[in-house]
Ligand binder design. Structure first.
Ligand SMILES: Cc1cc2nc3c(=O)[nH]c(=O)nc-3n(C[C@H](O)[C@H](O)[C@H](O)COP(=O)(O)O)c2cc1C
Ligand code: SF4
Ligand code: SF4
Length: 418
């Protein structure tokens, strides 16, 4: 059986399948159930300076949930007196670390941690309700209203509240501090991540929910959330975006552990996240749908996947796609695909997918006009056989454009292109 154990910022997890901060881990009993059911470690619901003013609300949409997530509705005192001792015992019995999620502003984190830190192996800093205003929250409902008025990625333009919160957590807690990021645009995420890393973060969690997003109840012609209008997306529809964030972070911060979160539901999803550079994954929505058993089940299935692929250790796949991309995959290859007539079944999918009319069928044979082709590769990914492939021409170890022999430039996101 493959070794699933992973090390993240000095902590050892029995497998890389962790809960994400959410309703399925919002008290000690639920955390104990997650531990009993095979998760690699525990992460609590976010504990705020004051309890959340109302419960989360959800709507089910195709491919996920839209929700209006809050933080824990239990007080910090109840967590310290009752829930965390229970969770600590469960973590110790299972031999797994306990990460305590706290929020939000520096002053709140500073005051919260002394009561909670003795139970924690690590802290996860939630950022969803972080505000420019540095005063500790007095009225949670006012905080929710204030945050709903802020531009969704205000943090990318004003990283100071985050920097202060990370410094406050590092000052009040001796162990590792993970920082959770939202799935914004590439530039915004990297700017916020850079601020977190510079302030002393030990790991990054990517991502939180995506939002604001919208769904319309077409019978009533209103938002599914009526007056509140927007919801925040989680579940499988979030996965490609979360995966991109993980991938970008893994390339930008190669020595920083990244924990992938967003749409992990099946073992392949976890494999994808790990190949994109994650050290572990968190799962929330799918566990809300299927119950705590899904953590252990996923870990078992992941182990089966590794065995089937002759990988003795989970470490063998971590970042595999990042390495591959760095050595092989050019962002744009303006070169026409190669065609293997004997593999073609005449399905016409290439003709249907080419928006440049560069490939069409003549009887059962695909015909390609190279001068019309932009090398977008859409026909290649739609081709159900390997009749179409993209050429990869290497000269002296460098991938070159077969048309002119020029080295292909790699898209390096903030790093020099050469
Ligand atoms: C109802 C709900 C409540 C959540 N509450 C929190 C929270 O308190 N703190 C936090 O950091 N993330 C919270 N999240 C975000 C999840 O931890 C996770 O990042 C997100 O849902 C994406 O993962 P998933 O697709 O596996 O659900 C919440 C998500 C949902 C759906
Ligand atoms: S690579 Fe793109 S442009 Fe070229 S034939 Fe295929 S779909 Fe058309
Ligand atoms: S998509 Fe592939 S198999 Fe189908 S017609 Fe085109 S080349 Fe042939």
């Amino acid at each position: 059986m493959a070794n699933l154990r992973v090390e993240i910022a000095g902590l050892s997890f029995r497998n890389p399948i962790l809960p994400g901060a959410g309703p399925q881990v919002d008290n000690g009993e639920k955390l104990a159930a997650v531990a009993r059911n095979g998760a690699g470690g525990l992460v609590t619901r976010t504990i705020g300076f004051l309890p959340a003013p109302e419960a989360d609300s959800y709507k089910v949409v195709r491919g996920g949930y839209l929700s209006r997530p809050m933080w824990s509705s239990l007080s910090a005192e109840q967590w310290a007196g009752q829930e965390l001792p229970l969770a600590r015992r469960a973590a110790d019995e299972a031999g797994i670390p306990l990460i305590v999620s706290v929020g939000y502003n520096a002053a709140e984190v500073e005051q919260l941690l002394p009561g909670l830190r003795d139970y924690a192996d690590g802290i996860e800093l939630a950022t969803h309700f972080l505000r420019p205003n540095s005063a500790p929250m007095r009225d949670p409902l006012a905080v929710v209203r204030e945050v709903s008025q802020l531009p969704s990625h205000f943090l990318a333009h004003d990283t100071q509240p985050l920097v202060e919160a990370v410094q406050a957590a590092k000052g009040a807690f001796a162990g590792p501090v993970w920082v959770k990021l939202s799935p914004w645009g590439q530039e915004e995420v990297l700017r916020v991540a850079q601020a977190a890393v510079s302030a002393g973060a030990d790991a990054l969690v990517a991502t939180d929910l995506l939002g604001p997003t919208l769904a319309i109840d077409i019978e009533r012609a209103t938002s599914l959330f009526s007056d509140d209008v927007y919801g925040w997306l989680s579940g499988t529809s979030l996965r490609p975006t979360a995966l991109r964030v993980v991938f970008d972070l893994a390339r930008m911060f190669p020595t920083m552990p990244v924990i992938g979160s967003g749409g992990v539901a099946r073992p392949d999803d976890a494999v994808e996240m790990l190949m994109a550079g994650a050290s572990a994954v968190q799962m929330t929505t799918e566990a809300l749908r299927r119950g705590p058993r899904w953590y252990g089940r996923l870990a078992q299935q992941l182990s089966g996947w590794l065995d089937k692929h002759d990988k003795a250790d989970i470490a063998a796949i971590r970042g595999q796609a990042v390495c591959l991309w760095q050595t092989l995959l050019p962002h744009t290859v303006s070169t026409p695909p190669l065609y293997k007539k004997e593999a073609c079944i005449g399905c016409k999918l290439c003709e249907l997918s080419c928006h440049y009319h560069a490939i069409w069928m003549e009887g059962m044979v695909a015909t390609l006009e190279p001068d019309l082709c932009f090398g977008c590769g859409l026909c290649v990914v739609r081709c159900p056989t390997d009749a179409l492939t993209m050429p990869r021409v290497q000269r002296d170890g460098v991938v070159v454009n077969p048309r002119n022999g020029e080295p292909l430039r790699f898209w390096t996101l903030g790093l020099p292109a050469e």
